[in-house]
Design a binder for this molecule. Structure first.
Ligand code: SAM
Ligand code: SF4
Length: 325
């Protein structure tokens, strides 16, 4: 098992399969990205992904989350899911998506072996959704979510970034959304990146205010499991779904870190907010896993105890589409 100098164990790989995205979320890629073939040419190939995931799995990785940019822009996403699922040792294949292709593709993703799905929906109000993402697609995304539930995917989450002036007045709508649906709402504190300083200063909101609201409404906090990640999870007897908070600015957030990240160009990120990352792509050119495993075991020793977001230092991360959040 990959273990760092602070005795944290890493069984979870977040793999970005492209930096490209078709949305223009205000906090991430407000000017969009170039979605052309040239921009995608640098993405890891299927063979490279197969070798990478195999090496991680041999070191104890049990869960792979496919992310981006927007992973569903890859035409071979079904093959990527299938490859991850077929890797000995991998128990859970998850996907984080903006949902743009969800309604069309969820059947194929499910058939390929997708176990868990996170869909980003920052507002349940159609106009606000369009304002944030640049796309009037909420209706189709909700239809895709309903189809995912119909298919029996039982680990479905909706990610929403908490933002003052955008969705802080809409928590009751979000809570209502999970009342009759067995979906977990993941409220994520807005994180400062290299590109979003002004936006962050205007819109950042602490998750503590939401926790107070939840507790006042008789939501109860779950005790974290042994290998639980950094989310704080809440449940309520009258609700089918749950609510989780990701609060990277809270004390001790990094103590439960259980994840490593690899970018779409094959660079290892020991944390979302590092100054430097290390490419391992050159080691993915043969089926021999050992050099990749040696690389990872050496690299993990360099993982620091915490990020430096409290010092307003996001490292070299310009936006989270670079790595996948
Ligand atoms: N495009 C996909 C999506 O939006 O779901 C996957 C990539 S996106 C970078 C992954 C997650 O990171 C999304 O839920 C997104 O809302 C979140 N995210 C992006 N930038 C963020 C930021 N600065 N702070 C907090 N969350 C952020
Ligand atoms: Fe694209 Fe996801 Fe970033 Fe929005 S959050 S711009 S959908 S990568």
């Amino acid at each position: 098992m990959l273990t760092d100098s602070f005795d944290r164990r890493f069984s979870y790989l977040r793999l970005s399969v492209t930096e490209v995205c078709n949305f223009r979320c205000d906090y991430c890629l407000p000017d969009g990205t170039d979605c052309g073939a040239e921009a995608r040419a640098q993405d890891l190939t299927l063979d490279e992904i197969r070798r990478l995931v195999a090496a991680f799995a041999k070191l104890g990785t049990r869960k792979v989350r496919i992310t981006g940019g927007e992973p569903s822009l890859r035409k071979d996403l079904v093959d990527i899911i299938r490859i991850c699922k077929a890797t000995p040792g991998i128990e859970t294949v998850a996907l984080t998506t903006n949902g743009y292709r969800l309604a069309k593709d969820i059947d194929a993703w499910h058939e390929a072996g997708l176990d868990a799905l996170n869909v980003s929906i920052d507002s349940l109000d159609h106009a606000k959704f369009e304002l944030i993402t640049g796309h009037n697609k909420l209706q189709q995304i909700l239809q895709g979510l309903a189809r995912a539930a119909e298919l029996g995917i039982n680990n479905i989450k909706v990610n929403a970034v908490l933002m003052k002036h955008y969705n802080d007045d809409a928590m009751d709508d979000f809570f209502d959304f999970v009342k009759a649906r067995p979906i977990t709402l993941r409220l994520i504190e807005l994180m400062r990146t290299g590109d979003n300083e002004a936006f962050f200063n205007r819109h950042h909101l602490s998750g503590q205010a939401i926790i107070n609201q939840l507790k006042a409404n008789h939501w109860q906090e779950r005790l974290p499991g042994t290998h639980a990640g950094p989310a704080r999870e809440f449940w309520h007897p009258d609700y089918s779904g749950g609510i989780g908070l990701i609060m990277p600015y809270s004390k001790d957030f990094c103590n439960t870190c259980n994840r490593l990240r690899v970018s779409s160009q094959g660079a290892l990120f020991l944390c979302l907010f590092v100054d430097q990352h290390q490419s391992l792509r050159h080691l993915l050119q043969s089926d021999d896993s050992q050099p990749v495993m040696d690389f990872l075991q050496q690299a993990i020793k360099g993982k620091t105890i915490s990020h430096n977001l409290h010092q307003q230092n996001p490292g070299s991360t310009r936006q989270l589409a670079m790595i996948g959040g």
